[in-house]
Write a protein that binds this ligand. Structure first.
Ligand SMILES: Nc1ncnc2c1ncn2[C@@H]1O[C@H](COP(=O)(O)OP(=O)(O)O)[C@@H](O)[C@H]1O
Ligand SMILES: [Mg+2]
Length: 81
């Protein structure tokens, strides 16, 4: 896992060296087996993040979440006194 903080965004990448996800499963899912990826997409959407998934059969999978700075880094409250 790799986490990169930059002024414009927070970027989190997770990679495995597993069997990979075939493109049909990635785009259309497996009937009754789509909870994990669907949930990840929904949660990314909830924080207006970008979710990218790359996968090649037998080569593994990489998932990247990019959250814009304004959402990822809350501003400090400025106190009146
Ligand atoms: N990291 C991964 N490596 C290989 N295949 C994966 C990976 N993540 C998901 N898959 C494939 O995509 C399908 C859907 O994944 P997911 O939405 O997490 O549902 P579930 O894990 O319940 O099957 C899985 O059944 C599996 O075939
Ligand atoms: Mg899963």
């Amino acid at each position: 896992m790799r986490t990169a903080y930059s002024p414009s965004s927070l970027r989190i990448k997770v990679r495995d060296n597993g069997v990979g996800i075939d493109q049909t499963a990635l785009s259309d899912g497996h009937p009754g087996h789509w909870v994990g990826l669907t949930g990840m997409r929904e949660r990314a959407g909830a924080v207006r993040a970008e979710l990218n998934i790359w996968s090649r059969e037998e080569a593994g999978t990489e998932v990247e979440l990019v959250i814009s700075a304004s959402i990822a880094y809350p501003r400090e409250e400025t106190k009146a006194s």
